[in-house]
Design a protein around this ligand. Structure first.
Ligand code: BT5
Length: 309
């Protein structure tokens, strides 16, 4: 059904086109055309009936079909007004063999961060999870997390807000380092082959800061409400380009990094490491100079110890 509706959107987007012409082009009845047009209108698409036929004049700023329409990347969508967690749903889809499907929600009831921390997900945010089947050994999947962080930062930058990245997965406002977005990657696979990877991206878009934890910030706070469709298009198109050019991921990440050349403290399951973050290496390890040696850190929570100069 989505495919027919997308085909109708393409046609009326280049319209006007008459009902009979649409029916002929899609090989469906005129009654079916009318039903689809009505359903699209109910979803918020403005499709005007002019003398020459139907013409699309406005697309909703969020929603599965709204985002799939006009996207220049090969993803399909499952949209929920409210869901427990897009990552949990994406895992189910991954188990069922889905690939390049994006679960998208307006609100989450039990959004989660790493280590099962709660992730505040009020209505108006961008809460989405990508189901991927990358041709990568599991040890290399952190690269995809970095690619998602870069894509998120670049998409936000296009909206006119300066952001940077904190290792491994945070998108922070460049000036005060408050958290605007986070990424949660989960996967399933054997030692040498991934069966699915789910990349969950949470971005505080059109939400009130009052509904978020103290260290968080939203785009609404910075620039007012944004068009989430435009933002998600930029993000997914950037991500698709990066995953197809993996050699570009680390250089792109370095350019946006707030963590490099900084004193940091990493809290990890193996204990605490303090030193200067000097670089990042494949597949996403932070290299910390402790003063005595250079240590590669693969996972943990990073604290920036001194503000940027
Ligand atoms: C993350 O974890 O930053 C990963 C967040 C991923 C959320 C997305 S939303 C779509 C998908 N579906 C899900 O269920 N999850 C993913 P972590 O680095 O562990 O950071 C978690 C910490 O960030 C919390 O302990 C809070 O301190 C803080 N936090 C919670 N909600 C926040 C928000 N909306 N904005 C900024 N910070 C938040």
């Amino acid at each position: 059904m989505n495919e027919t509706r997308l085909a109708i959107l393409e046609a009326v987007g280049n319209g006007p086109i008459s009902g009979p012409d649409l029916a002929r082009r899609l090989d469906i009845s005129r009654a079916a055309v009318w039903k689809h047009i009505e359903a699209l209108r109910e979803e918020g698409f403005v499709i005007e009936s002019v003398d020459e036929g139907y013409a699309l004049t406005s697309v909703p700023e969020y929603g599965g079909l709204a985002i799939e329409y006009g996207l220049d990347a090969p993803f399909s969508f499952e949209y929920h007004e409210t869901i427990e967690s897009t990552n949990s749903r994406a895992q189910e889809l991954g188990d069922d063999g889905a690939e390049d499907v994006v679960v998208l929600a307006d609100a989450q009831e039990t959004g989660r961060g790493r280590l099962d921390r709660a992730w505040a997900s009020p209505s108006g945010g961008i809460w989405m999870s990508l189901v991927l089947q990358p041709d990568l050994p599991p040890a290399h999947t952190p690269l995809l997390t970095l690619a998602a962080a870069v894509a998120t930062a670049r998409a936000i930058d296009k909206m006119g807000v300066k952001v940077g990245l904190k290792w491994p997965n945070d998108v922070l406002l460049a000036d005060n380092e408050r958290k605007l977005a986070g990424i949660l990657t989960e996967m399933e696979g054997e030692a040498d082959q991934v069966s699915w990877v789910v990349i969950g991206i949470g971005l505080n878009a059109n939400v009130d800061t009052n509904d978020l934890p103290r260290e968080a910030v939203s785009l609404r706070d910075e620039i007012g409400d944004v068009n989430r469709r435009e933002l998600v298009h930029h993000l997914l198109e950037e991500f698709d380009t990066l995953r197809n050019n993996p050699d570009n991921i680390l250089p792109a990440w370095r350019k946006l990094a707030l963590t490099l050349n900084r004193q940091v403290r990493i809290d990890s399951s193996r204990g605490e490491i303090t030193g200067k973050a000097v670089d990042i290496s494949v597949p996403g390890a932070l290299i910390v100079d402790t003063g005595e040696e250079q240590v590669s850190v693969y996972a943990g929570d990073c604290n920036h110890l001194r503000p940027l100069n």
